[in-house]
Ligand binder design. Structure first.
Ligand code: ARG
Length: 459
């Protein structure tokens, strides 16, 4: 038998393979709540504009609520023969309320319906994304505040570069996740236009009120072009792009946590709650959450690339290719939310190993730049000459197996006779970080200013 929703012109039903490739119900049932909200708004509008009767709209709206509870309570039987969530709900509505159900689809198409449902779903995810980022930023601010003046090595090329503070390093991630947050908020504002009422592609001859349905569904306005409204998946791509960049940030941080929690670094201790053991090596405590967060970026990038490829050659307006949008976004959203929550938990729970950080901060001639700056500031050497003198002193210390502050004044004066005892004031790592008072620098006072700024911003 032919499809009861659109089978008028068909003598035979679809082949089993046709049904298998065509059906999306196995995944788009996740949009059931959005589908029902959209249909309820549409029905109310159809009555308000006199397109259907108030009685029919009332029956439709109540019937839809009944179906929503059936779905929420797991009592709803989804059917692949009915393809997708839209037709599953409508067919059930017919069973529940009878004839008026057939009036719901007036002035509407599955094309504007699916765009509306998917936008509503994605908008909820942007809100969850926003909340996840805010929670993570708060966790980072907590770490930064506790260790605003704890010294640690700063790296370039993963080689010791100059001492920084733990707080400064944490605040670097606050800036990154803060930009992610602003991207999410931009994307949400841009996507918040209602496709509903675009109908199949050209709009409708019924006197619908698109402002009314837009408002009922929390959109700022109806989308201004019906062809674009049903063809646009930019909102999904923007979600995936924001998710990809954020996942990249999460992955960089996760990589640091993997390195920092190793026996060779011992910069942080991860909590038991966010670590796992080995089935063979009893001593092991593995940073699995960090590793999995590092890996999640792969599938999230993959989703972004996949949907870009699906969309890139599609002529206007709707093509069935676009049904492939949802699984990418669903999977990316699930994994992003999980990664954000796991990172937040790890950050809240982890303990910076202050003594190890501090011991490492002074190693690797990390205050060589301070020495060169001192030669410029106090002795008036051109920076290039100061760089050379300092390099010679680093060579001597390296040969002697000691650090710069361990050299004697005589050893220093042998390289440059102008050097005085005062040089030792800048060689300690604490002195080094305290002197980095330029705006955005690592000095604890600067770090505290940035913590305050972010707290105010998020308040
Ligand atoms: N299941 C479809 C999708 O996800 C719904 C839209 C179908 N529209 C159509 N004209 N066949 O995209």
């Amino acid at each position: 038998t032919s499809n009861k929703m659109w089978g008028g012109r068909f003598a035979a039903g679809p082949d089993a393979i046709m049904e298998a490739i065509n059906a999306s119900i196995s995944f788009d049932k996740r949009m059931a709540a959005q589908d029902i909200a959209g249909s309820r708004a549409h029905a109310a509008m159809l009555a308000a504009t006199g397109i259907i009767s108030d009685n029919d709209a009332q029956a439709i709206r109540e019937g839809l609520l009944t179906i929503l509870s059936e779905i929420e309570e797991g009592r709803f039987e989804f059917s692949a023969a009915l393809e997708d969530i839209h037709m599953n709900v409508e067919a059930r509505l017919k069973e529940v309320i009878g004839e008026p159900a057939g009036r719901l689809h007036t002035g509407r198409s599955r094309n504007d319906q699916v765009a509306t449902d998917f936008k509503l779903w994605t908008r909820d995810q942007l809100d969850a994304f926003d909340a996840g980022l805010v929670a993570l930023i708060h966790a980072l601010l907590g770490q930064a505040e506790a260790g605003a003046d704890w010294v640690m090595p700063g790296f370039t090329h993963l080689q010791t570069a100059q001492p920084v503070t733990w707080g400064h390093h944490m605040m670097a991630y606050v800036e990154m996740f803060g930009r992610d947050l602003s991207r999410v908020r931009d994307a949400r504002a841009r996507m918040n236009e209602s496709p509903l009422g675009a109908a199949a592609l050209a709009g409708t001859s019924f006197p619908i009120d698109r402002e009314m349905t837009a408002q009922a569904l929390g959109f700022d306005r109806p989308a201004a072009n019906s062809l674009d409204a049903v063809s646009d998946r930019d909102f999904a791509l923007e979600f995936l792009s924001c998710a990809s960049i954020c996942a990249m940030h999460l992955s960089r941080f996760a990589e640091e946590l993997v390195i920092w929690s190793s026996a060779q670094f011992r910069f942080v201790a991860l909590s038991d709650r966010f670590s796992t053991g080995s089935s063979i090596m009893p001593q092991k405590k593995n940073p699995d959450a960090a590793e999995l967060i590092r890996a999640k970026v792969g599938r999230i990038f993959g989703a972004n690339t996949a949907l870009m490829m699906v969309m890139k050659g599609l002529p206007l307006a709707y093509s069935k290719d676009m049904q492939e949008d949802k699984e990418q976004v669903f999977d990316a959203a699930d994994n992003l939310m999980l990664a954000l929550a796991a990172m937040e938990g790890m950050v809240r729970d982890m303990t910076a190993q202050r003594d190890n950080l501090s011991a490492a901060a002074g190693s690797g001639f990390s205050t060589a730049t301070d020495l060169a700056d001192w030669l410029v500031r106090v002795l008036g050497l051109p920076f290039r000459d100061a760089h050379h003198v300092t390099g010679t002193l680093v060579g001597i210390a390296e040969k002697a197996g000691c650090d710069l502050p361990d050299l004697t004044l005589a050893q220093m004066q042998a390289v440059h006779p102008g050097i005085t005892q005062g040089v030792f004031d800048v060689l300690g790592v604490e002195n080094s970080v305290n002197s980095r008072m330029s705006y955005g620098g690592t000095a604890p006072a600067q770090v505290r200013d940035q913590i305050d700024r972010w707290k105010e911003k998020l308040a």
